[in-house]
Every structure is written in structure tokens, then in C-alpha cells.
Design a protein around this ligand. Structure first.
Ligand code: ASP
Length: 448
């Protein structure tokens, strides 16, 4: 059975048993302990197995991606198209989230009693997130993007700083004479291969890992809560669906000149992994593999666009943030002026860039946006209970947006890249950028 089918099976089995367990024994101590001591830690361990390889993966694929792209002038064009796509898609998504919540107004009808009980129930978690939200956006944040100590940046999972380091390393490597660069290129190449091997093993465990993660979420989930926040949840889901089935296909057709159907067929496993893990970072290896093996994106382009995208391009997150800020404002009976709404869109884009690609990564940053436009930060408590479901869905968009961008970039630089994996000087980059063969159908290192 192909890997994506096995994952789907794990997902369906986890969801069904979890929902049934919740309905039959939602309050029981035994179920709570089974999740706390069994499925949840197992699911988290599987997720960590994927996430632990992300730093070496980003370092090797991004540095080799830059080397594989060759000419620095080409890198400039690719960089511009990539950033333009990232920012454009993120801003459109945030605006859609805001517009839909503004039109449907799911916050106006929320029962005040439910509001009060949610505020009390999730107060602790909201305060925890408030602690993580830090000091807001100062110039320091920009300064810190260039790490003084790349090892410390990696140790504190400061992905933006790791990315900058990898880009500089790749740029310098491509400027060196071949014989000087060669030894380090080989090391990076080997590092990438090792990383992919580990991920390949980890993906073999994916059906079980996904089962544990989804069972833990559904067995514990407050389905009554879902019902009381149904309009909010449905509005956000409708926004996400709109981007997925309208915005992306338009971009694919017009800018990448690709068939959306074919694209989605190629992106299936990626979307499934994103949904199950709620983590762009954990999905990155699968995204890299699919871009090369299933979508025919040249390895250096995928190696450049996708690690960047997993860190800074979060379309679903921006949509969720824009919509949620307005929803919470509605619940508190606040009006957001047009200029405040414009600030929400802009800040959703900026905070989406800063969001870590891990489950719930956007919550602390969402609180910053709330604060900035004068909506009570503790209001986050109202949505925390349903966040995991929304997180699963917005992560699908986050990674699909990265793949959409990589197809646009591949098209934009097409004349200079004759075929998949054939970027100039692409040799060393070809294999790590090429993905882990995460799908059993595509062994590691196999070209498209
Ligand atoms: N879970 C999301 C991701 O990894 C981030 C978020 O919106 O919380 O892409």
C-alpha cells in the first residue's frame, strides 16, 4: 500500500476511535490517562523525530540550493519572485479571513454565558501564550535576523537566523573556486543525505504517529465547544477552502501555467502530512520530495523556495489571524475601523512570517496583533479550545502555498533551467534538495 494511503488509514482510524472514545467516555479518567501517558507522548515523539532533522535539512538544502542556482543574478530574480509570491499570497489570505469574518459576523451572536465560561476555562493557557508573546516588534528583531552565533541560533530554533546563515554560506560557497568549495559541498551533500535517510525511517512510522496524534486530539476534544463556536470555525474553514480551491488554482493557471488538478494530485501526501502533524517544519522533508518527484520542480529551486517557505510563508496562518482578531473584537462588542483592519492585515502578514512552523506556533504572535489594535489579549481564551482543528487545516494551506510558489518560481526562471534537477552546477545540490523519497513509491535520490 502506498504511504499516503497508509497515512490516510492511520488518520481515519485515529479520528474514528478518538471521536467514539470521546462520545462514550469523554469524562473518564482512564481515557484521559491513556491519552496523557500513551498516545500523546508517542505522537509527540514521532513529531520530534521529524522536527529534529529540520535544522540540518534547512542548512544543507538551502546552502546547496543557492550553489545549485549558480549565478548570483539569477538568485536575485528567484529571490524576488519567491518573496513577491509569499507576500502576495499571505496578504490576500489575511484579507480574505478578515473580509469573511466581517461579512458573516460569527462573533456577534456568541452567547455571553459561553464567552464567560470559555474565558475562565482557558485563562491559564491564554496567560501562558501571553508570556511567550514577548516584547512585540522592535528593530531588535530585524537586527537578530543576522545571527552572531549560528550555533546558538540553531540551538534556540531561531529559523530565520539559521536561514540567513545558510544563504550566506551558500552564496560564499558559490563564489569560491571549485576545488576550495568541493570538500564542504560534499560534507553538506552527505549531511543532507543522512538527514533524508532519518526522515525516510521516520515516515515509515507515519501511519502510527498520525494515529496517535489524531486520536489524542479527538479523544480530548470538546465537541460541545465546537458546536458553540461553530460559526467561527466554519467561517475560518470557508476562508481556507476559498484560498485552496480558488486562489491557488488561479495562481497555478495564470502564473505557473500548470493544471491545478495535476498539482493537487502531486501535493496529496504533503497536504495529508501537514494536516496530521500541524507543522510546516515537520512536513518540510515530504514537501521537498513531492516538489521534485511529483511536481518536477528543479531540485535547486525547491531547495531554495521550500525551506524558506516552511519558515516565512504562512497563508493559512495569516487568514486565521486576520479572521480571529476580528472575531474576538466582535465577541467583545468592539468596532474595528477600516484603518485598524488594514493594520490587522499588515500585522497578520508580518506575524505569519515570524510564526514558527510548529503546532500552535501562531498563538503567541496572534496575541501581539490583538494588543496592537486594542482588542483584549485574554480574548484568545475563547478560541484556544478549537485551535488544534483550525491549526491542522491552516497548516495544509501553509505548505501548499509553498509548493504553489515553487511552481511559479520554476516557471519564471524556466528558460535558464532546461529540466528538473538540471540547474547549472546543480550536482551537489541535486540529491539533498531532492527529498527523502518520503513516499514509498519514490526511493531516495531517484530523479523525476
Ligand atoms: N502550525 C502552523 C504551521 O506549522 C503554524 C500556526 O499557524 O500555528 O504552519
Amino acid at each position: 500500500m502506498q504511504l499516503h494511503n497508509r497515512i490516510l488509514l492511520g488518520l481515519a482510524a485515529g479520528a474514528t476511535t478518538g471521536v467514539v472514545a470521546n462520545l462514550l467516555a469523554g469524562e473518564s479518567h482512564v481515557l484521559a490517562e491513556t491519552v496523557r501517558l500513551g498516545t500523546e507522548p508517542l505522537g509527540k515523539m514521532w513529531l520530534s523525530l521529524l522536527i529534529m532533522m529540520v535544522i540540518p535539512l534547512i542548512l544543507s538544502t538551502l546552502a546547496l540550493g543557492v550553489v545549485g542556482l549558480g549565478d548570483v543574478r539569477r538568485l536575485g530574480k528567484i529571490g524576488l519572485v519567491t518573496l513577491g509570491c509569499f507576500l502576495g499570497l499571505t496578504a490576500i489570505s489575511a484579507a480574505i479571513g478578515l473580509a469573511l469574518v466581517g461579512a458573516i459576523e460569527p462573533g456577534r451572536g456568541l452567547d455571553p454565558a459561553i464567552k464567560t465560561s470559555l474565558l475562565a476555562l482557558y485563562k491559564g493557557q491564554a496567560q501562558e501564550a501571553m508570556g511567550l508573546s514577548g516584547g512585540g516588534f522592535g528593530i531588535d528583531l530585524l537586527v537578530k535576523i543576522i545571527p552572531r552565533n549560528p550555533v546558538a541560533a540553531a540551538a534556540s530554533s531561531d529559523m530565520l537566523a539559521v536561514i540567513v546563515f545558510a544563504l550566506v554560506l551558500g552564496g560564499a560557497l558559490s563564489a569560491l573556486p571549485k576545488e576550495k568549495a568541493e570538500p564542504l559541498l560534499r560534507v553538506l551533500d552527505s549531511l543532507g543525505e543522512v538527514t533524508l535517510k532519518v526522515i525516510e525511517f521516520a515516515m515509515k512510522l507515519a501511519p502510527a504517529g498520525v494515529f496517535c496524534l489524531i486520536f489524542s486530539v479527538t479523544a480530548r476534544f470538546g465537541f460541545t465547544l465546537l458546536l458553540s463556536l461553530l460559526w467561527y470555525v466554519l467561517t475560518v474553514l470557508a476562508g481556507l477552502a476559498l484560498v485552496l480551491v480558488v486562489v491557488y488554482p488561479i495562481v497555478l493557471r495564470l502564473l505557473a501555467r500548470r493544471s491545478p488538478l495535476e498539482f493537487f494530485r502531486g501535493a496529496r501526501l504533503v497536504m495529508l502530512t501537514a494536516f496530521s502533524t500541524s507543522s510546516s517544519n515537520a512536513t518540510l522533508p515530504t514537501t521537498l520530495a513531492a516538489s521534485r518527484d511529483r511536481l518536477g520542480i528543479p531540485a535547486p529551486i525547491g531547495g531554495f523556495v521550500l525551506p524558506l517557505g516552511a519558515t516565512i510563508n504562512m497563508n493559512g496562518t495569516a487568514l486565521f489571524e486576520g479572521g480571529t482578531v476580528l472575531f474576538i473584537a466582535q465577541v467583545f462588542g468592539l468596532e474595528l475601523s477600516l484603518s485598524a483592519q488594514a493594520i490587522v492585515v499588515a500585522m497578520s502578514v508580518v506575524t505569519a512570517i515570524g510564526t514558527a512552523g510548529i503546532p500552535g506556533g501562531s498563538i503567541p504572535l496572534l496575541m501581539m496583533v490583538l494588543k496592537m489594535v486594542g482588542v483584549p489579549m485574554e480574548g484568545i481564551a475563547i478560541v484556544l479550545g478549537v485551535d488544534r482543528i483550525l491549526d491542522m487545516c491552516r497548516t495544509v494551506l501553509n505548505v501548499t502555498g509553498d509548493l504553489v510558489t515553487s511552481t511559479v518560481v520554476a516557471r519564471a526562471v524556466r528558460p535558464a533551467s532546461p529540466g528538473p534537477g538540471a540547474g547549472p552546477g546543480a550536482d551537489p545540490a541535486a540529491s539533498p534538495g531532492a527529498g527523502p523519497g518520503a513516499d514509498s513509491a519514490s526511493p531516495p535520490g531517484a530523479g523525476p
